[in-house]
Design a protein around this ligand. Structure first.
Ligand code: ZN
Length: 466
């Protein structure tokens, strides 16, 4: 437990580091109405097959047409304006080969991959509510416990609303946590699993069984975590083995032991800063090495890497790279800000996430990972186009690599603009009306066209779901 702390300490908050979310974005005008979210949900439930995406600029490059087949990009050819007289609006027309989506020169990148979401802890689409959280992880967790069952909409509906909004805004790959503890049991997990099933054609969702309340503070916690893995969770979660459970060896042995039994990956929230966090990272590395879990372990937040002397930080990064341990960040301000350049130079996989979104922990978050890419650029102090574009690359490529170590990775010495979309790639495409990768992050256009596995899941509605 860590009561008595201040809200400004990133080591003790899951979400408060979101406080730098942009205030000038249209989404900050308010949450999306239920009607729009429901419309998005209907679209996502029965997405239509796309055969051709015309006139798009992959990663800001030359205009091309993309032929799609069987959920993949079958061919990439230079755009020929005379080749097809498709209607200007709406954005898609149908042929025997599937929909023709008109890009009108839109920027095109892979759909985004949120590597750190808490879909079970959202109030998106519900009335704005005064923040009642108390300082510290335990204080915030307790506030959530007191309130989550009494929201204006049941948990299942809230999860579906949030996932539908994320899809509409371009995120079709998600690693989400589902809190499992002696209060919720498997109720929140089951809501997340149900939403995953409902949106199975529109998004790939990976679920972490997450012991938000620790494993050692309340009798039965470890049993609930084990039951969650039996119930269909994909990844075993852990949290602050020193600071919360105050017994890092027992905590991590429980987490990694369960993962070993299930052949499952591990994902540990680590808010611990400085030497304490470094100690936990070393204990995690020991277990990765001993169990041969290279490429299957993620550390979320890893605030220690932003708060250690450079030499100790770089030594830890070298260890994480050697063992292929991935990191995720929610782009916090202050002491929790990670050294993005050093992480990528070390060859460590890095994903971006939105964390909780307008929940009982924090009012921040709006289901838009482009917004969070802006926040990543802002908190890193980036101005140069390549640097800003890299943040979008982390949101798209980085998140995929966290979930799948065999997926393409970010190369620190290659600009994001050097990326292309080629035949054989998954037909997971996000189209935004932007000039460049950097302008897409700065302007965050509301209009998004989203294709997942070759199916149209969001059709370029401005302000969709907002
Ligand atoms: Zn989190």
């Amino acid at each position: 437990m860590s009561t008595g702390s201040t809200p400004s300490d990133p080591s003790e908050q899951r979400d408060q580091s979101n406080r730098t979310a942009p205030s000038d974005h249209p989404s900050s005008r308010g949450g999306g109405p239920h009607a729009a979210a429901a419309a998005l949900a209907r679209l996502a439930e029965s997405p239509a097959r796309v055969g051709l995406v015309r006139d798009v600029r992959p990663w800001g490059g030359p205009r091309v047409d993309l032929r799609l087949q069987d959920g993949r990009v079958a061919a990439v050819v230079p755009h020929d304006p005379a080749a097809h007289a498709a209607p200007i609006a709406p954005h898609a027309s149908e042929t025997d080969d599937g929909l023709v989506v008109e890009g009108h020169g839109a920027l095109c990148v892979p759909t985004l991959a949120d590597a750190h979401a808490h879909l079970d802890s959202v109030r998106l689409g519900l009335p704005f509510r005064p923040h009642t959280g108390r300082p510290g992880v335990w204080g915030m967790m307790s506030n959530d416990r007191e309130n989550w069952r009494h929201a204006e909409a049941p948990i299942g509906e809230r999860v579906e609303t949030a996932l539908g909004m994320m899809i509409a805004r371009g995120t079709t790959h998600v690693r989400t946590y589902a809190q499992v503890d002696v209060d919720a049991g498997l109720e929140r997990l089951e809501a997340v699993l149900a939403a995953r099933e409902r949106f199975a054609d529109a998004a790939d969702v990976e679920v972490v069984a997450f012991p938000q309340a620790g494993l050692l503070l309340e009798a039965g916690s470890a049993d609930v975590l084990a039951a969650a893995m039996d119930a269909g969770a994909d990844v075993v979660g852990g949290i602050d083995p020193c600071q919360l459970d105050r017994d890092p060896v027992r905590h991590l042995d429980a987490v990694f032991g369960l993962a070993e039994r299930h052949g499952a990956p591990v994902d540990v929230h680590l808010h611990e800063q400085g030497s304490l966090g470094a100690f936990s990272l070393e204990l995690i590395a020991e277990r990765v090495r001993a169990l041969g879990m290279q490429g299957r372990v993620t550390v979320a937040h890893a605030f220690a890497l932003g708060t250690l002397p450079d030499a100790r930080r770089d030594a830890l990064l070298a260890t994480l790279a050697e063992l292929d341990v991935a990191l995720t960040t929610i782009a916090p301000a202050g002491a929790g800000t990670l050294p993005l350049d050093r992480i990528l130079q070390a060859g460590v996989r890095l994903g971006l996430g939105e964390d909780g979104q307008r929940d009982y922990w924090s009012p921040y978050g709006n289901a838009d990972l482009v917004d969070r890419a802006w926040q990543l650029a802002f908190t890193q102090g980036f101005r140069a186009d390549d640097d800003v574009a890299r943040c979008l690359e982390v949101a798209a490529v980085g998140g995929r690599s966290v979930r799948d170590p065999a997926a393409p990775r970010i190369s620190a010495d290659r600009p994001a603009t050097a990326r292309t979309i080629t035949a054989g790639d998954a037909a997971d495409l996000l189209l935004v009306p932007a000039e460049t990768l950097a302008s897409a992050v700065m302007d965050r256009p509301a209009e998004r066209t989203v294709i997942h596995r070759g199916r149209l899941v969001a059709a370029g509605e401005p302000d969709a779901g907002r």
